[in-house]
Design a protein around this ligand. Structure first.
Ligand SMILES: [Cu+2]
Length: 253
């Protein structure tokens, strides 16, 4: 009697653990949305949205933002760290109390770069500062769409779990319309801090399940179809510039 009871409870324990293991082992499909808001302390008067759809380990990303420094490259990434808070940084993250948040100071909140949202070519963390492949926000408006981004399985899982954070970098502390100033970047000492400090940030939240249910219903909108088509066009356009990838690859944040 006692032995069979033990066995039974052991089996229940194993069954209770199983779903967790399955969820982390295989990437599901779904999407996450983020409202992008100014990063604390960094003086950006802007806003934006991000939408990420996940199909297995391929993600499609759409960004729209306004209020950025115009006509300058804005590095944009998906950040995630298993040990991070899965948040945007707060004023309290200003570790050196200089009144601004660097990308590194935001690390405890959002983790390292896991996807570089480049317009063409490589999207790995090694392209985190590939300045010639990021959007330059003409007129301060950033518009970005790409559909061919392969991510690590744990990144796909994190996006669907509401643990990934979209960050757009590039600020203008002194308001002179360009990246300059005596403070140098924590990521690349050859760049001004203005070029890499975080500007806008938003945590990707899982979209309502109903929004992604296609189920054969004719009425269901399929926004991801247009997205993927656009992404394919971007991919084709990007093939010609693939040579830049290696040259521009730099160490990640
Ligand atoms: Cu970033």
């Amino acid at each position: 009697m006692r032995t069979s009871l033990k066995l039974a409870s052991a089996a229940i324990g194993a069954a209770a653990l199983l779903p967790l293991g399955v969820t982390t082992a295989m990437a599901a499909d779904g999407s996450g949305n983020a409202n992008l808001a100014p990063v604390a302390l960094n003086g950006v008067n802007g806003s934006g949205t991000a939408m990420v759809t996940v199909k297995g380990d391929v993600v499609s990303v759409t960004l729209a933002a306004k209020g950025l420094l115009a006509d300058q490259p804005h590095a944009a990434h998906i950040h995630f760290g298993a040990d991070a808070r899965h948040e945007c940084p707060a004023a309290a993250d200003d570790a050196n109390k200089d009144g601004h948040l660097t990308t590194t100071e935001g690390g405890p909140a959002y983790g390292p770069v896991v996807v570089s949202l480049t317009k063409t070519g490589d999207t790995s963390p090694s392209s985190a500062l590939a300045v010639d492949r990021f959007d330059t926000a003409p007129g301060g408006n950033l518009s970005y769409q790409r559909g061919d981004i392969t991510v690590a399985p744990e990144v796909a899982t994190a996006i669907l779990a509401g643990q990934a954070v979209v960050v757009i970098h590039g600020v203008d502390y002194n308001g002179d319309g360009k990246y300059d100033g005596s403070a140098m970047s924590d990521l690349d000492p050859k760049l001004p801090a203005e070029a890499t400090d975080p500007a806008l940030c938003g945590v990707l939240k899982a979209a309502p399940v109903g929004a992604m249910a296609t189920g054969g219903g004719g009425a269901a909108a399929r926004p991801e179809q247009g997205l993927l088509l656009a992404g394919g066009a971007l991919l084709l356009a990007g093939l010609g510039t693939g040579a830049y990838v290696v040259r521009r690859a730099r160490t990640q944040a």
